[in-house]
Ligand binder design. Sequence first.
Ligand code: HEC
Length: 196
Amino acid sequence: MSEVQDRKFDYDYDGIQEYDNPLPRWWVYLFIGTVIFAVVYIPYYHFGGGKLPGAQWAEDMTEWRRLHPPVPLPDEAELLALAAQPGLPERGRQIFATRCVSCHGVDGGGQVGPNLTDDYSIHGWSREIVARVVNDGVPAKGMIAWGDRLSRDDVLAVALHAYSLRGTTPSNAKAPQGEPIAAVAKAGDHGTAGAH
Ligand code: HEC
């Protein structure tokens, strides 16, 4: 970079003179560079075949989804087996305490979200259904799709915890929502409801 030398225009208005300093070379080259870049970039990416980041991202995601098809959620029997795994109830309880209490209350009695302890439910009550609701959410109604935010193991742990809350007595129970839980859903449920 050359040393800057102040130059002046050779006119003088009532003693006022004006500088005529050229822009630094590096600045001019950078400017010319951006012009050349734009001449190539704009026609190619906006009018030619080039893909803008959004389109490229969508294409990559489609490819990613093709290579990683969704793993189906476990069924009732698999969930029942999982619920017996050591450490899992505690993990589920912890995740519930950080992720779910804001809407379902500290002990699942319900707030913005429905009461999880009573004998009523909106979507039905089996381990499988609860796991699906927790994983997929009900975005239109404010229930988050936890499958997008938690690992599969965490989703299942917290779903099983939510399931186990039924039959417990919360300090603040929200009025029932949905339909009475069918007796069928209770069959095969060997007393996990209310287990701590
Ligand atoms: C932002 C608020 C919010 C958070 C956080 C939230 N939920 Fe929900 N949840 C809701 C709402 C609202 C519904 C009712 C959806 C409907 O009407 O279909 C719901 C429904 C449910 C249901 C179905 C209840 C039924 O009656 O069928 C379960 C189970 C559930 N949530 C579990 C969870 C778990 C587990 C978490 C934590 C991982 C969680 N929720 C976090 C708002 C929330």
